[in-house]
Design a protein around this ligand. Structure first.
Ligand code: AMP
Length: 489
């Protein structure tokens, strides 16, 4: 069995590893570290929970131990899709780099740019950033990227989902070609492969435990709540009741509770608090300071339940999380795998429990196919259960009663970074081939914070019909008069 001393890491790094209590490298560390130390590009197929962060931070600390950073000219760059992940990677550098003099800077949205610039100004060996904030700073002339020797692109598939790929492409075009590039993604759909081909030179390809087999230590369960003869609201209420029963009937020490929609994060959180549960909430619209504080409380064990959206919770490392609870079945089976990856980490056991409605049948089938096994059904006292139905259209609270065209991009996720959402860029080739889910969701999701007036709200019967084209809505630009050029005589 490989030990850390077989990996040729420096004594400083080995001491920090020993302090962390690690006895053996994880498979991604065992395979990636020697090649990174050799200066090779790496294409890693691995998700969070596999020890991926240490697989690149440990060797980077040694690579960067030679040389010094100059003001505004970082020597390495790590791109992360969310602020939380960026902050987590920064913590890893602190932990593993404690016996070195390495300096680091963090550029993430939602926090004071002035403070971040000050750190950059002093010179940073490692710059950890989200793409939008990084480009903002670069465009203001406060950052030079010509000295980047090592580039890490982490969670590439999530970057694609969140519309960040054009920003990433631009950032890479600003870097020297002679750099070393480390590229990690949980999944490798064709657009991600194409990007990897464009960014990497003769990479060492490493794949560890594909997501479907990742969480062997996690047991699954699903309760299907009947919606028979009831409206959507009642079904949602029943789901909340089922969630409470799940919490009460299982040995939940601490849990993340995932909702598909930001709005439901608030609703579920309020409902739990009203019923006396110790719960907080986390989604992308909260101020960064609040998000950080909530996370800290959860990590310290001062909070039992955290209701959250997918993006806010992506990759979060909460030690020894006993449960992941899905208040909604995610539409994308890979999101299920990411969610449950928050529990059962580092060989511990965990439980993933899901609340479903009969109409979620199609999505549950996709998840079961991806994880390669059926999810056992659970029945709860006092909650009428039902069978899953394949082929029934999902009612989805937000879709009901609205006939509106969808925003063109990013319908499903909340946004950790403003830039990609505000139309400052053209879609890239990778984006235009984004997975079908994003496109499908875009046709049904309503624009944010727009509410139909009571008079314009269609009847509940209408709401079940699919909206064709633009529905009743005619966008203003179609009504604008077009001035034709005068004919030349
Ligand atoms: P990551 O995949 O980077 O999110 O890491 C998941 C968790 O595994 C973190 O809590 C790390 O501290 C932990 N970890 C990383 N490397 C090891 C190791 N070699 N042995 C035990 N735990 C580890």
């Amino acid at each position: 069995m490989t030990t850390f001393s077989d990996l040729q890491l420096s004594e400083h790094v080995m001491r920090a590893v020993a302090d962390s209590g690690y006895t053996h490298p994880t498979p991604i560390q065992e395979q990636a570290i020697p090649f990174i130390l050799m200066g090779r590009d790496v294409l890693g197929s691995a998700q969070t929970g596999t020890g991926k962060t240490a697989s690149f931070t440990l060797p980077m600390i040694d690579i960067l131990s030679v040389g010094r950073a100059r003001a505004r000219m970082p020597r390495s760059l790590i791109l992360e899709p969310t602020r939380e992940l960026a902050a987590q990677v920064a913590e890893n550098f602190d932990k593993y780099g404690r016996y070195t003099k390495l300096t680091k800077a963090l550029l993430i949205g939602g926090e004071s740019m002035a403070d971040q610039l000050k750190v950059l100004e002093r010179g940073a060996d490692v710059l950890i950033a989200t793409p939008g904030r990084l480009l903002d700073v670069f465009d203001r002339g406060k950052l030079l990227l010509s000295d980047i020797k090592v580039l890490v692109i982490d969670e590439a598939d999530r970057m694609l989902d969140m519309g960040f790929i054009p920003d990433v492409e631009r950032i890479v075009s600003l870097l020297a070609r002679s750099r070393q590039t480390l590229f990690f993604s949980a999944t490798m759909p064709p657009p991600i492969r194409r990007l990897a081909d464009a960014f990497l030179t003769n990479p060492k390809e490493i794949s560890v435990s594909p997501p479907a087999t990742m969480a062997e230590t996690v047991s699954h369960g699903i309760v299907v709540v009947s919606d028979e003869g009831e409206g959507a609201l009642s079904a949602q209420r029943r789901k909340r009741q089922a969630l409470r029963r799940l919490i009460d009937s299982h040995d939940v020490r601490n849990a993340l509770i995932f909702c598909n929609r930001k709005r439901d994060v608030g609703v579920v959180h309020r409902s739990l608090v009203r019923h006396g549960y110790d719960a907080g909430l986390l989604h992308g619209d909260l101020a960064q300071s609040t998000r950080t504080e909530v996370l800290e409380r959860m990590k310290r064990g001062d909070m039992k339940l955290l209701v959250c959206s997918d993006v806010a919770a992506r990759g979060l490392d909460i030690e020894d999380l006993s449960h992941v609870l899905n208040f909604d079945v995610p539409s994308n089976p890979e999101d299920y795998v990411h969610r449950i990856g928050r529990t059962g980490r580092a060989g511990r056991t965990g439980q993933a429990l899901t609340v479903a409605l009969p109409e979620d049948g199609k999505y549950v089938a996709q998840i079961e196919q991806l994880i390669g096994k059926p999810i056992p059904r659970i029945t709860l006292d006092g909650i009428p259960d039902a069978e899953l139905v394949i082929g029934r259209r999902r009612r989805g609270g937000e879709v009901k009663g609205r006939k509106r065209p969808a925003p063109a991009t990013r319908p499903h996720h909340d946004k950790p970074d403003n830039r990609a959402a505000n139309g400052q860029r053209k879609p890239s080739p990778a984006e235009t081939t984004a997975p079908p889910r994003a496109a499908a969701a875009a046709t049904v999701a309503p624009p944010r914070r727009q509410r139909a007036s009571p008079s314009s709200r269609p009847s509940s019967r209408d709401s079940d019909k699919p909206v064709k084209g633009l529905g009743d809505h005619v966008p203003a630009f179609l009504l604008r008069e077009v001035k034709l050029p005068k004919k030349e005589s």
